[in-house]
Design a protein around this ligand. Structure first.
Ligand SMILES: [Zn+2]
Length: 131
């Protein structure tokens, strides 16, 4: 039996979640994807894209998504000049989280949004600033 563990407005969101579950060894399935891709503007009215897993994986899958989804899905812009909060150094560089997911997700998908999160990484201690 398949259980729906999440519903997304846009297909790319479901693809991101599916890629994360795949990377954890959890087989996941996207329902209604073809319909939504053809008419994604209407996905709200249609109830969105459903992400489904086998019953046995449901709790594990929900845990995986609840841990990581904010990092991957949030799209934020931050300044680059604030000092490292770990060591105080201002020798920091822009750093992006999410490109790997974007790469996985957009193979074969014609969709313009990239869920890349901009952060800052300290060159002195390697600390990654969550902006
Ligand atoms: Zn530092």
């Amino acid at each position: 039996m398949l259980t729906t563990i999440a519903t997304y407005t846009f297909p790319y969101e479901a693809q991101i979640a599916k890629a994360k579950l795949d990377s954890e060894g959890i087989p996941a399935f996207i329902a209604d994807e073809l319909t939504i891709n053809m008419q994604w503007l209407y996905s709200n009215a249609m109830g969105g894209v459903r992400l489904q897993v086998l019953d046995d994986y449901a709790q594990q899958a929900i845990a995986v998504l609840s841990v990581d989804s904010s990092d991957v899905l949030e799209r934020e812009q931050g300044g680059d000049d604030s000092p490292c909060s770990a060591c105080g150094s201002t020798d920091v560089e822009p750093y992006q989280i999410g490109k790997r997911w974007a790469f996985l997700v957009f193979i074969g998908l014609d969709f313009p949004l990239f869920p890349v999160k901009n952060t800052v990484r300290c060159r002195q201690c390697g600390h990654v600033e969550k902006i």
